[in-house]
Design a protein around this ligand. Structure first.
Ligand code: AMP
Ligand code: MN
Ligand code: MN
Ligand code: MN
Length: 278
């Protein structure tokens, strides 16, 4: 069985429609795909419809933005019931913060002589949530930078001029929203936060105490030699293991749907006990 439990569509900052994402997952031989858009479940209905004609199982998911000790971390929810009241109320609040932040990013870029950023990012977002990724694409389009990566490095990353700090959900809110909606909470891409070992331990301890279920032991783009490391961290914290590409679209040619190494031995997969686990 080929699992990929982390992916994005145009409902957030991916570039494929949910239907096109499903078509590509089928093409790539993925058996179980989770759609986990940032702070929204809007793509799931279309994804479910697109998956229904195929052998592929679609897992309803979400990736929630969290502020933990002044740092942004991402908590993925898997197997949620989209439309669950408390979850949707929480996500709405995060999207409101996103909209305010987008205006603030626009103001900061304008101060640097870059006008029309919000409108430009909005064209890439096509009416869905506005992410920093959309601002990055706008900056590339305008020739201000040569790549999305450079846009983050020069403008959008923490401590760069257009970075806007703020408060996303708390860790316990995100876990509660997910578990309340019947899902499993997963710490996304633990290697990307540049946390010290003791801070990662603190995060995972608090996460587990809140009712968190799993950690992404394998994430797209993650150096292979770290897989075993995150495997032993999962074991040490008695967390289940997840894996996902964090696919955002074909533009990023080095990440593909479902092309992930197997989980290290001796871990409990997050999908144990799911109806379509097989
Ligand atoms: P946001 O949730 O709007 O703050 O945007 C975060 C998104 O930006 C992440 O989900 C990634 O898709 C993307 N991102 C963050 N940092 C980088 C980076 N250094 N290079 C490229 N993309 C990034
Ligand atoms: Mn993203
Ligand atoms: Mn993420
Ligand atoms: Mn993601």
């Amino acid at each position: 069985m080929r699992y990929d439990l982390h992916s994005h569509s145009i409902a957030s900052d991916g570039t494929l429609t949910p239907s096109a994402l499903i078509a590509r997952a089928v093409e790539q031989g993925v058996d179980v795909l989770a759609l986990t858009d940032h702070d929204t479940t809007d793509g799931i209905t279309e994804a479910q419809r697109a998956a229904s004609g195929h052998a592929l199982s679609l897992v309803a998911g979400v990736e929630i933005s969290v502020t933990w000790r002044k740092q942004t971390v991402h908590i993925v929810g898997l197997n949620i019931h989209p439309g669950h009241d408390e979850l949707e109320r929480g996500l709405t609040r995060l999207r409101e913060f996103r909209n305010w932040r987008a205006q603030e990013i626009d103001r900061r870029l304008a101060k640097r002589g870059i006008d029309g950023a919000l409108a430009g990012a909005g064209q890439f977002a096509k009416g869905a949530i506005v992410s920093r990724t959309h601002f990055a694409r706008f900056l590339v389009q305008q020739g201000r930078v040569t790549s999305v990566q450079e846009a983050f490095d020069h403008y959008l990353s923490r401590s760069r001029p257009a970075y806007v700090p703020g408060e996303w959900a708390t860790l316990s809110e995100a876990v509660d929203w997910i578990t309340g909606a019947g899902g499993d909470a997963v710490v996304a891409h633990p290697g990307r936060y540049q946390l010290t070992h003791s801070k990662l331990k603190a995060l995972l301890t608090e996460f587990k105490d809140c009712g968190g279920a799993a950690i992404e032991v394998i994430s797209g783009n993650q150096p292979v030699q770290t897989n075993a490391h995150f495997g032993s961290i999962a074991r040490a914290h008695d967390l289940k293991a997840s894996l996902g590409s964090d696919y955002h679209g074909p533009e990023n040619a080095w990440v593909e749907l479902g092309r992930l190494p197997a989980l290290p031995e001796g871990l409990k997969p997050v999908w144990d006990g799911w109806p379509h686990a097989a």
